[in-house]
Design a protein around this ligand. Structure first.
Ligand SMILES: [Zn+2]
Length: 267
């Protein structure tokens, strides 16, 4: 399956490439003494192809990986980078340790049948360097901040902030061109977490899926998520029906139904 885009030079020493399936993004941040790859695609086979594509860039070998979160379209390619330090939140590590194998079985239903053997052959590798709230990574001539700004798309989303070029890689805290995904989400806390992204004051925002964008898209999705959170609150408080909330939601029916369920489960 061809990539959705070639490498896009989004800032000095920062490249993004979009890949199907799932129109998922991978991001490269290069310093003079290190190369960070954020997210890895879904399987070992896909990540091997990504490794080949990395040779097109004027960079050395990848020295660090970071997972934005534990959903497998972002982290199951890690096996293609043996020996490389892997960064992720503490919650990401826990999620992969506890649920990685079950999650990989579920993903068999979501990929074309011929991809099944590749998925099964992809090892689940949790981060070996964890971030509770904040960590700094020195890549030579530039520092990258790894931030957990609160619950949102999951309970363990990581934001990769590159301050010198005002870039933030936000994973599925932001989706562009598709509705946000709520299956593991925290509908009441997600808007505040996105306002933490806005406070970073960046120019370039890399979503988990879809085209690279800016803070305007973050602000817009934050407002939609806040609207959905208040609809969920009204349904849980008994002052609005589920159907009425679905009708008033800024998101499609299916998305809103999942969000309502998660809202009742997570409070
Ligand atoms: Zn996700």
């Amino acid at each position: 399956m061809p990539p959705v885009t070639d490498w896009q030079d989004v800032a000095d020493g920062v490249w993004v490439r979009r890949y199907d399936p799932f129109d998922v993004n991978v991001t490269v941040v290069a310093g003079s003494d290190g190369v960070l790859l954020v997210d890895t695609r879904t399987t070992l086979r896909e990540a091997s192809e990504l490794r080949e594509h990395l040779r097109e860039l004027p960079i050395g070998e990848v020295t660090h990986l970071a997972f934005t979160h534990a959903h497998l379209d972002h982290c199951l390619g890690a096996g293609a980078f043996p020996g490389v330090a892997i960064w992720g939140t503490t919650g990401c590590r826990t999620s992969l340790q506890r649920h990685g194998v079950d999650q990989r079985e579920r993903w068999l239903d979501w990929l074309p049948e011929e991809e099944g053997p590749h998925l099964r052959a992809s090892p689940i590798i949790p981060p070996d360097h964890t971030v509770r709230d904040r960590a700094r990574l020195a890549l030579g001539g530039r520092e990258v901040e790894l931030l957990h700004l609160g619950r949102g798309h999951t309970d363990h989303d990581l934001v990769v902030h590159v301050p010198d070029v005002e870039v933030a890689v936000v994973g599925d805290l932001l989706e562009v061109g598709a509705p946000p995904q709520f299956h593991d989400a925290y509908p009441f806390q997600w808007p505040a977490t996105l306002s933490g992204v806005t406070a970073l004051d960046v120019e370039v925002v890399v979503p988990g899926h879809g085209p690279v964008t800016d803070l305007g898209a973050v602000t817009e999705q934050e407002a939609q998520l806040a609207q959905l959170a208040s609809l969920c609150r009204e349904v849980l408080g008994g002052v609005r029906t589920r159907e009425s909330a679905i009708g008033a939601s800024p998101f499609p029916r299916e998305t809103t139904e999942v969000a309502l369920t998660r809202a009742s489960e997570t409070g």
